[in-house]
Write a protein that binds this ligand. Structure first.
Ligand SMILES: NC(=O)c1ccc[n+]([C@@H]2O[C@H](COP(=O)([O-])OP(=O)(O)OC[C@H]3O[C@@H](n4cnc5c(N)ncnc54)[C@H](OP(=O)(O)O)[C@@H]3O)[C@@H](O)[C@H]2O)c1
Length: 240
């Protein structure tokens, strides 16, 4: 189930729309993997299917590919038929981590401009998934193909930016977005379908969330890793 806020608790209340029973095809799914899927799995499905409208054969670039969400987006884009899936991360070490997670190629952010056109036969990426924001967001437009989609799904850098609306017209690209919270509030049915699809894809092995189960004693360290850009997994807190 997805609680919204307040997940660090022994008991939590969630609406029926965001709660799915682990039964039928999901009966074999471990509660640990299911908990790790709730937020990022639904977001990955909603981002690629809903916001990016990913089509067969398209070329995809995922920023933050070494993070927990990035660990799902590579495999998912491939399973939806993307022709090329490139992951980008902050350091060569983190790019190497992404390379083992379903990406055809992994780059550092510093290599994006020099590699993008070569990797895409001079066309650019059809989809760029951007959970990062900040100065990196301002570098995306020239990496996009004509009619490409820049999909904004987070602000890990905690620095928003402004964009000229006319540029979308001049360069013939789209800005798209996906926010789980907004979906749950306004289209719980759609959220539920995306959450269910993510759970099915984890249950059949298509998606492989990288999970670490922690107890209360490890919560502070997990937060330090998340804030210090060194987290490589999704943390699931076992409360009892
Ligand atoms: N739209 C939605 O509904 C939705 C749902 C889930 C998550 N999100 C957002 O998506 C983002 C990624 O989630 P996640 O679960 O993958 O988190 P995560 O595991 O902590 O990964 C965050 C990623 O951001 C990168 N990053 C770049 N600049 C950063 C900075 N200044 N501070 C911290 N990280 C920075 C980090 O990798 P490098 O150091 O390699 O760049 C890391 O890969 C988060 O911002 C989250 O809020 C959005």
């Amino acid at each position: 189930m997805l609680t919204g806020f307040g997940g660090h608790a022994e008991q939590a209340v969630a609406s029926a729309a965001t709660t799915i029973a682990l039964e039928g095809a999901l009966a074999g799914l471990s509660p640990l993997l299911a908990a790790a899927t709730a937020c990022n799995g639904a977001t990955a499905v909603g981002t690629l299917r809903g916001a990016a409208r990913l089509a067969e054969g398209e070329r995809v670039l995922v920023l933050g590919a070494a993070g927990a969400l990035g660990a799902l987006l590579g495999d998912l884009a491939r399973s939806y038929g993307a022709g090329l899936v490139v992951g980008a991360a902050g350091t060569p070490q983190r790019a190497a981590l992404a390379a083992g997670r379903g990406y055809h190629r992994a780059l550092t952010y510093g290599e994006l401009e020099s590699q993008a056109m070569e990797l895409t036969d001079g066309r650019g990426f059809d989809v760029v998934v951007d959970p990062i924001g900040g100065p990196l967001r301002e570098r995306i437009r020239p990496l996009l193909a004509v009619l490409g989609r820049h999909v904004v799904i987070g602000d890990a850098a905690d620095r928003d930016t402004s964009m000229a609306a006319n540029q979308v017209w001049y360069d013939s690209y789209s800005l798209a977005g996906y926010n789980l919270g907004a979906l749950i509030g306004r289209r719980p049915d759609l959220f539920r379908a995306q959450f269910a699809e993510a759970l099915r894809l984890v249950a059949d092995g298509t998606l492989r969330p990288e999970v670490e189960q922690i107890g209360w004693d490890a919560v502070a360290e997990a937060h330090r890793r998340l804030e210090g850009r060194s987290a490589e997994v999704k943390y699931v807190l076992r409360t009892a």
